[in-house]
Design a protein around this ligand. Structure first.
Ligand SMILES: NC(=O)c1ccc[n+]([C@@H]2O[C@H](COP(=O)([O-])OP(=O)(O)OC[C@H]3O[C@@H](n4cnc5c(N)ncnc54)[C@H](OP(=O)(O)O)[C@@H]3O)[C@@H](O)[C@H]2O)c1
Length: 284
């Protein structure tokens, strides 16, 4: 598992470990129970992956900070494209039967959703480099899953929901955007689905989110009300009021029909996902 120290990577690992103990976690850093591989170093990637000889590689690694990507295309390109290119070259050269699961993003879309897979519209460096990562991955036996997800990020305590809950608890003034739409899955739903599809080895590019979609303001408000948070300092506004930051898509809602049809899995709607998160919030 590449990027297994991250938010999604740590949840996927926890879920897959229930069914398969032989999982090796990669990090750029020296970490306990991880193997250190610099994915930008092709020789190192080849040498260490040859030794492991994996049947499946899951990639959750990457530079996910939109602002950092915008400030350095070079770094974003290395983290989101070159790393995948090196791994795919290893697969092509030494391990053709290896199946590659690449976690991509709903950030590839813009304009009115819900978006079908062909409707890409890349408006910042994060989107562009994530898309190029998909192009690299598509050269081998792989699946690109364009996801969005939410949950309790118990490692870094960052991410939309942690940010919101912490701000409400600290009575900090925050702004919730009524004009940014998305359709995330609760993180345990996403990892459960990945655990179900992993052995099907179906290739291609698929949206994988919840159905319906919602604005970030309504999403956070519903979570706040459900968890009985103090919402007095959370102001609903429009994202056009934010200045000096990278351009972002306003509507990232996913049309999940291709995934549902191919995998014969009915995806939940966003309200079910919010409910699930709130019920489990204290047990994450
Ligand atoms: N978070 C979201 O809401 C969201 C939404 C849609 C799609 N996604 C996609 O889902 C995947 C996982 O996201 P995540 O939120 O779990 O990511 P994350 O917590 O930021 O973790 C990504 C991991 O990638 C490694 N990494 C490699 N190069 C990096 C770099 N230049 N900067 C920072 N980390 C780097 C880090 O592991 P080491 O330091 O251990 O190597 C890090 O822990 C990503 O591909 C992302 O594009 C995320």
């Amino acid at each position: 598992m590449l990027g297994a120290s991250g938010f999604l990577g740590s949840y996927i690992f926890k879920r897959l470990y229930l069914q398969e103990k032989n999982i090796i976690r990669q990090s750029r850093k020296k970490r306990k129970n991880f193997i250190k591989i610099d994915l930008l170093n092709k020789r190192e990637v080849f040498k260490k992956l040859k030794k492991i000889n994996p049947k499946i590689i899951i990639n959750t690694s990457g530079m996910t900070d939109v602002e950092k990507c915008e400030n350095s295309f070079h770094l974003a390109f290395k983290s989101n494209v070159v790393s995948i290119q090196n791994v795919c070259e290893y697969v092509k050269t030494y391990n053709k039967n290896c199946y590659f699961i690449n976690i991509s993003t709903d950030h590839l879309y813009n304009g009115k959703g819900p978006h079908k897979e062909e409707n890409i519209n890349l408006i910042n460096n994060y989107a562009l480099t994530k898309y190029l990562g998909e192009v690299m991955s598509s050269k081998i036996d792989s699946i690109n899953l364009r996801v969005n997800f939410f949950g309790n990020n118990f490692i870094k305590k960052t991410g939309l929901v942690n940010w919101f809950i912490n701000a409400c608890k600290r009575k900090k003034k925050i702004f919730l955007y009524k004009d940014i739409l998305f359709s995330p899955l609760e993180i345990n739903s996403l990892t459960e689905i990945i655990s179900k599809i992993i052995n099907k080895r179906i290739s291609g590019t698929y949206n994988l989110g919840s159905n319906n979609g919602i604005s970030k303001a309504e999403f956070l408000n519903l979570i706040g009300k459900n968890l009985k948070l103090n919402l007095k300092f959370a102001k609903i506004t429009s994202s056009s009021n934010i200045k000096n930051r990278a351009k972002r898509p306003n509507d990232m809602r996913l049309n999940n029909k291709k995934f549902e049809k191919k995998f014969k899995i009915k995806l939940p709607n966003i309200y079910q996902e919010i409910q699930k998160f709130c019920i489990n919030y204290n047990n994450y």
